[in-house]
Design a protein. Structure first.
Length: 215
């Protein structure tokens, strides 16, 4: 593999070009993109940075945060509020995310997407209104632990942190999640199959992981 350092702005520009081309090819469906990474890697921030450039390329965009598709607190916290296995296995409402976002955005879907399903702070339905995303549009789903569970994404972007960087950049109150990310790296190995892998140890100096070029 080849590690290519890249500036944050150029990373956004290169991803925009790749996703815009893929969205054009995806018509009459919409392009379903995962921006996956631990919160310390900033997946929500990267997805948000892609919204305006993709729109400037003529593609409608909807950014959906996995944090807005969590299961109710009674289910998330059944084994305690800081149980890493529960966090890993069952915090995100994957059936809801598929039903309300990914399936309607796919081939044969009607493009009627729900931006959020659950307000975790209030622990109730978000009451969001549906959004119509036209063919050729892009839905960016950002968050942690998105890959390896069979969710139907067309393009997957994984923000990779070294174990040391993950521990250094995770807030003390969230250190209990580290065991879940260790398990994710060992069991799912998202960097081995994601379409785009970004080394994100230093947010000011990301790097793209690319296949080595022979010769």
């Amino acid at each position: 593999m080849r590690i290519r350092p890249i500036s944050p702005d150029l990373l956004v520009a290169e991803l925009t070009g790749r996703l815009a081309d893929a969205a054009t090819a995806a018509q009459p469906a919409r392009l379903r993109v995962a921006v996956d990474g631990a919160p310390a890697a900033g997946p929500d921030e990267l997805a948000e940075a892609l919204v305006d450039p993709l729109r400037a390329r003529g593609h409608p965009v909807l950014h959906v945060r996995a944090a807005d598709f969590l299961r109710p607190a009674s289910l998330r916290f059944e084994l305690g509020r800081t149980n890493p296995d529960s966090y890993y296995e069952g915090w995100v409402d994957e059936p809801g995310l598929r039903r309300e976002v990914l399936d309607p955005a796919g081939l044969g879907g009607d493009g009627r997407l729900l931006p959020s399903l659950w307000d975790a702070a209030a622990d109730r339905a978000s009451r969001a209104r549906y959004v119509d995303l036209s063919p050729g549009g892009v839905v960016l789903v950002s968050g942690a632990l998105l890959l390896g569970g069979g969710l139907p994404f067309d393009v997957t972007v994984h923000l990779q942190l070294s174990p040391a960087a993950l521990r250094r950049r995770t807030a003390p109150a969230q250190e209990w999640t580290l065991a879940a990310f260790d398990r994710y790296a060992e069991e799912v190995v998202p960097a081995s199959f994601a379409d785009v892998v970004v080394r994100a140890d230093d947010p000011r100096h990301p790097a793209l992981v690319e296949p080595a070029v022979d010769g």
